[in-house]
Design a protein. Structure first.
Length: 462
């Protein structure tokens, strides 16, 4: 049996001290919850409400210092309609009105606000409506949340709560924490599940370091019968509350691979640096191969925005590759409000003036003549190769990225931009390359961070 050495134990103790709230902080947070809950209780007398429950990491005792949300679930009787659920949003809007609440969207909308906490910080408060249904009879995705809370509270010891905090801090420092579309990482509930499964942070890392990415992870072996419902090639983490549901669906393959590598790296050489955000140093020599496409757009819910951005990036990448602009790396930068930027590292921003096309075997005469006719107006030279196939060396139009992109966006069918942002994009996009990128990123930390993902090497790979 492997034991944790003194050095590793010291690192984990120090990391826990950094991320675990003090008793005073916990008391203040619960006081804030009590104040909000009292207001909800008062107002909800005018609505058909069956219960009010605290959820999330605060209820489960796994929240991180300076990074807590207050998630409150308003439970409506199971016979209520979707309209009743929508009307119950008025409760959250009324309770949080002095904090300028706004709607956020999951399967259905909920109310969120940033509530002052102390002299300079704020706490995100979410008031979510759901149905008070029996287990398995879900009417909305939020219906599972109170069951998740009860399950974790009844199974997670005080010691394991601290192990969850270590895992969350580790993931957060390495940009892997959060299941939202922007992050595509590990949710708080997955963190709690994994500690329940493996027992401790270190034992989890040992398991992850050897993980087959098509594995099925579950708490109860009886749930394995549901694993066939999911893609056999992907990781499956079956929800103990609803084993038909795969918790790992939101985790991007890249982020899973990154976690596996980090697990090995930490076990091989433990360091406190794995629990801290680290500045990535940019390789400025690559700037001449970097393309930014920036644009302004109307504000919208962050999850909707990032869904549209990810879909659009995928189509742009495909168009670049199809036309020989090889994409080495690409990502998205956004202020999550009204400005977003697609970031690309390309093999070349300008291609050769000529492109070689290989045709059919000369034995296929009809196809050969069609090939020659098709390339006639674009051809520089044509010949029969030693392998008996036709070749045509053609002039290449729009061989630099700027002229190519101008043509690309004029072709609706080829462009494939998400409908939600297409209009704004086409009317104000800008292309930036080379050193001007640094000027643009100077006052945009969110862009600078994304540049690190493109022309930087993360410290754990150094």
């Amino acid at each position: 049996m492997r034991v944790i050495n003194i050095s590793t134990s010291s690192i984990l103790s120090s990391a826990l001290k950094e991320c675990k709230p003090t008793k005073i902080e916990e008391k203040r947070m619960l006081k804030l919850y009590d104040d909000i809950n009292s207001k909800i209780t008062n107002i909800s007398k005018n609505y058909n409400i069956s219960d009010i429950k605290l959820g999330g990491s605060l209820a489960k005792g796994t929240w991180l210092k300076n990074n807590a949300d207050i998630d409150i679930f308003i439970k409506l009787p199971s016979n209520c309609t979707k309209k009743d659920l929508e009307n119950s949003l008025e409760i959250g809007q009324s309770v949080l009105k002095e904090y300028k609440p706004y709607l956020k969207y999951s399967e259905h909308p909920y109310v969120e606000a940033q509530v002052p906490f102390g002299k300079s910080s704020k706490v995100k408060v979410n008031i979510v409506s759901c149905y008070d249904v029996s287990k398995g009879n879900w009417k909305s995705s939020a219906d599972r949340s109170p069951y998740h809370t009860n399950f974790i509270k009844s199974h997670l010891s005080s010691k394991k709560k601290d192990e969850v905090r270590l895992l969350k801090a580790f993931l957060f420092a390495n940009k892997l924490y959060g299941a939202e579309i922007k992050i595509q990482g590990f949710s708080g509930y997955i963190c709690e599940f994994l500690i329940l499964k493996y027992g401790s942070f270190i034992k989890l890392l040992r398991a992850m370091s050897k993980l087959d990415q098509s594995s099925t992870i579950l708490l109860d072996d009886k749930d394995f019968i549901f694993s066939h419902l999911h893609d056999a090639r992907n990781l499956k983490i079956l929800d103990p509350i609803d084993p038909k549901r795969n918790l790992a669906t939101a985790i991007a393959p890249y982020n899973l691979s990154k976690f596996i590598f980090l697990s090995n790296a930490f076990l091989n050489k433990p360091s406190k640096h794995y629990f801290k955000h680290r500045q990535i140093h940019l390789n400025y020599n690559l700037l001449d191969n970097v393309l930014l496409i920036s644009f302004n757009h109307k504000s919208r819910p962050v999850d909707i925005l990032w869904g549209q951005l990810r879909k659009s990036l995928k189509h742009i990448n495909q168009s670049f590759e199809k036309n020989d602009f090889h994409v080495i790396r690409s990502t998205i930068a956004s202020n999550d409000s009204t400005e977003s930027i697609f970031v690309f590292l390309l093999k070349n921003l300008k291609l050769d003036n000529a492109k070689l096309h290989m045709g059919p075997d000369i034995a296929m005469f009809n196809q050969s003549t069609n090939f020659l006719d098709h390339n006639k107006t674009k051809r520089i030279i044509a010949w029969i190769g030693d392998n008996g196939r036709l070749y045509s060396l053609n002039f290449r139009k729009n061989n630099d990225i700027r002229s190519f992109f101008k043509i690309l966006i004029s072709n609706e069918k080829q462009f494939g931009m998400s409908k939600g942002i297409k209009f704004d994009f086409k009317h104000n996009y800008k292309l930036v390359t080379g050193k001007p990128i640094l000027s643009l990123a100077k006052n945009k930390p969110w862009l600078y961070s994304s540049l690190g993902d493109i022309i930087g090497t993360e410290s754990y790979l150094s």
